[in-house]
Design a protein around this ligand. Structure first.
Ligand SMILES: *Cc1c(COP(=O)(O)O)cnc(C)c1O
Length: 229
């Protein structure tokens, strides 16, 4: 695909993307977070080989899907209200931001109704901010220890997603990433090997190299690819 002439610096997007991709170790995937950016920007990234795209609003995601090639893997990464789940089911390859059991149950019920399997990550809350959504590490460990995930009919929990505290303090950020990874490592043996449970999604534009050092397998990068929103 070629992008129509717009004010978007498609060459810069491609350069940014190649630059980041070349630094990723094997086993670490990149989600290009394209929220609030127009489709022309996504097309530039697609043309440079990017296939995973992350969006944080249901309506925006649903609008973009038919405008992009159908081998794109869409990740939903925003806070999801239960009454907005339905349009996502069957349309996304991963919902990264499951932050409550009620949301998980809604996803499972609708997926089951629609006869599709939805892949999700459980969002964990370790940051200092109260405003961040997600399960506390102990809550999440408890959920897996009691094997409640086995009640799910049409949902695969594929790992966990987390965000570090929004701070310049690298020691705090590193300790948040360590907590997220430790939580994953505690849960992993509680999940039968027949289940796909191997994704640790952490790291954004400012902190993804540090997240990788602490064991991220999936980084979500927006600004460093597409510029500011
Ligand atoms: C917006 C967003 C990102 C990307 O943030 P950048 O700083 O632009 O890289 C990553 N993860 C989540 C959950 C987001 O909402």
């Amino acid at each position: 695909m070629t992008a129509p002439a717009t004010g978007i610096d498609t060459a810069k997007i491609k350069t940014n993307l190649r630059c980041i991709t070349s630094t990723l170790p094997e086993g670490v995937d990149l989600v290009a977070v394209s929220k609030f950016h127009p489709v022309e920007a996504l097309v530039a990234a697609y043309d440079a080989g990017q296939r995973y795209f992350g969006e944080s609003r249901v309506q925006e995601l649903i609008t973009k899907i038919p405008l992009m090639p159908n081998d794109v893997h869409w990740h939903f990464i925003g806070h999801l209200q239960r009454n907005k789940v339905r349009p996502l089911i069957g349309n996304v390859s991963l919902i990264e931001s499951v932050d409550s059991l009620r949301l998980l149950e809604t996803i499972d019920r609708i997926s089951s109704e629609m006869k599709v399997v939805t892949r999700v990550l459980m969002q964990i809350h370790v940051a200092a901010e109260e405003s961040k959504f997600g399960f506390l590490p102990d809550e999440l460990i408890e959920y897996f220890a009691t094997q409640r995930f086995k009640d799910l009919r049409a949902t695969n929990i594929c790992g966990i997603m987390g965000m570090a505290t929004n701070t310049d303090n690298n020691i705090r950020i590193a300790s948040d990433f360590q907590s997220i990874r430790q939580c994953f490592d505690t849960i992993k043996p509680l999940v039968p090997e027949t289940h796909e449970f191997d994704i640790v999604s952490m790291g954004m534009s400012d902190d993804y190299p540090l997240a990788i050092e602490y064991g991220s397998t999936l980084v979500r990068v927006g600004t460093a690819i597409f510029g500011s929103r």
